[in-house]
Design a protein around this ligand. Structure first.
Ligand code: BES
Ligand code: ZN
Ligand code: ZN
Length: 460
């Protein structure tokens, strides 16, 4: 699974050292004359993010110096893992021992490649000798989950339609002795998921509700719901080209909950897990749902369609109604729900909504310690006035256009109610630029924060 992690601790390896600018003079004075000259010739100043390959007297690579800032996060040497020459490397004692686990994860994440359509391009050749003191199972579980999320998001819509998402989820369930079932096409109508069907019926690829269950029956119930819009054209309220370009990522919420489910199952977290993914394509055809249509949801709430591009909250509402019917102890949904969330917080910081402030606070604490950002936005109830319809219980898209991420979350809250401990994440799921350890493209965001919160809350 991770060929770039060497698990035998005594493998000879080249040391990678963290160097703060203030420690560089001392390091240089202790180094050999050759190395001292080399450092000066390279102009290495230990600028955070920079590095220097140090030779021995024979000109062989002896050591790698990495410039670091005061605080060291998991990305500190993630960029290097992708560019160092072939060989075995080891983080030496200059790195804080309590960060070794995260640094090793960052190293692995930096070697991610999406290889489905092109084998060309250099494969990372540097391998890390894992520190025997760090939790390898955690590293492997988290990396596997994040890679799954990235792969799912990166796969073009033509190859990641509802049936493909179903295959992926079925395989995930099977490899952990979980159960998988799905409701497909017009069966959604017979089993009372009218809104999922309405949003997905225009596509040549039938809409589905995907359902995974895992864990002991008597363990605390944890339910994850992910928006699985395999492509969001906007429907009849068609998106302009620029807005549509990245919409293969609109199943990013589903990709996130599947990545998180993989971490949970691999680590054997003692929960009764359920994952629900409404999987649809928001397409255009003669049978597409229309602005002005009124849909009756699974809960009985009627929804007037103001804009067919606000489809994520629609497919989620039927799935959330099903989710709460089993009264989970904790309900989490994840979705690429609004453009407004990324306007509010930028692409790196997902927005979090919670109907129990203590849950949001504990989660945010985990985000801080794991350096995996997220930020709360309020479920400001007065804005519910913008979701009023003249002829139905709700409209799907708020008038006025203010606070779009909040009004979308308020719409979801209508179906969740206030009895359940509920977290909603509005996430970008995409790196718009290349950063150390984070290639451009699909990204798992805040999953380490969520996983750490779940471990804290549920681990035996
Ligand atoms: N999938 C989009 C939201 C989105 C857009 C996420 C860009 C990330 C990047 C969603 O279905 C959508 O189109 N939302 C509309 C809602 C509006 C019509 C009320 C939006 O955010 O503009
Ligand atoms: Zn949309
Ligand atoms: Zn969408």
């Amino acid at each position: 699974m991770h060929p770039h992690l060497i698990e035998t601790p005594n493998t000879p390896a080249i040391a990678i050292s963290a160097v703060h600018a203030s420690a560089l003079p001392a390091l240089a004075s202790e180094a050999s004359a050759v190395q001292r000259n080399w450092l000066a010739s390279c102009g290495f100043t230990a600028e955070p993010g920079s590095h220097c390959l140090l030779p021995d007297t024979a000109g062989r690579l002896a050591r790698v110096l990495v410039g670091v800032a005061e605080s060291i996060d998991l990305w500190a040497c993630a960029g290097l893992s992708d560019t160092l020459p072939a060989g075995a490397y080891q983080l030496d004692e200059s790195w804080p021992a309590e960060r070794l686990r995260d640094l090793s994860l960052g190293w692995l994440l930096g070697q991610y490649r999406f290889r489905r359509y092109r084998s060309a391009g250099a494969t990372a050749q540097a391998r890390l000798v894992a520190d025997p003191g760090c939790d390898l199972d955690w590293i492997k579980a988290v990396a596997a989950g994040i890679f799954r999320t990235r792969d799912l998001v990166n796969t073009p819509a033509a190859d990641m339609m509802p049936q493909h998402l179903a295959e992926n989820m079925k395989q995930l369930a099977a490899s952990h002795n979980g159960e998988f079932c799905e409701i497909v096409g017009t069966d959604l109508l017979h089993q009372n998921y009218p809104v999922i069907h309405a949003v997905g019926r225009a596509s040549a690829h039938a809409p589905r509700l995907l359902d995974l269950r895992w864990g002991e029956l008597d363990a605390p119930r944890l339910t994850l719901v992910g928006k699985g819009v395999c492509f969001d054209s906007g429907g009849l309220d068609l998106k302009p080209a620029s807005g549509m370009r990245l919409m293969k990522k609109d199943m990013g919420g589903a990709a996130h909950v599947l990545g998180l489910a993989e971490m949970i199952m691999r680590s054997g977290l003692p929960v009764r897990l359920r994952v629900l993914v409404p999987a649809v394509e928001n397409a255009v055809s003669g049978d597409a749902f229309r602005p002005g249509d009124v849909l009756t949801s699974r809960s009985g709430t009627t929804i007037e369609i103001d804009n067919t591009d606000a489809e994520g909250r629609l497919v989620l509402c039927d799935a959330l109604s099903e989710a709460i019917s089993e009264e989970p102890e904790l309900l989490i949904d994840m979705a690429t729900l609004t453009g407004a969330a990324r306007v509010a917080l930028g692409p790196d910081v997902p927005a979090i909504f919670a109907n129990r402030p203590a849950t949001a606070q504990a989660l945010q604490q985990c985000a801080d310690t794991n350096k995996d950002p997220l930020w709360p936005l309020p479920l400001h109830t007065p804005y519910k006035r913008w979701l009023k319809s003249d002829l139905a219980d709700l409209v799907n898209s708020a008038s006025g256009g203010y606070g779009g991420a909040i009004t979308a979350a308020l719409f979801l809250q209508d179906f969740v109610g206030d009895q359940r401990d509920w977290l909603h994440m509005d996430v970008m799921a995409w790196n718009t630029e290349q950063l150390p350890g984070r290639p451009r493209g699909g990204e798992a965001m805040a999953l380490r924060a969520f996983f750490s919160y779940l471990q804290q809350r549920f681990a035996a």
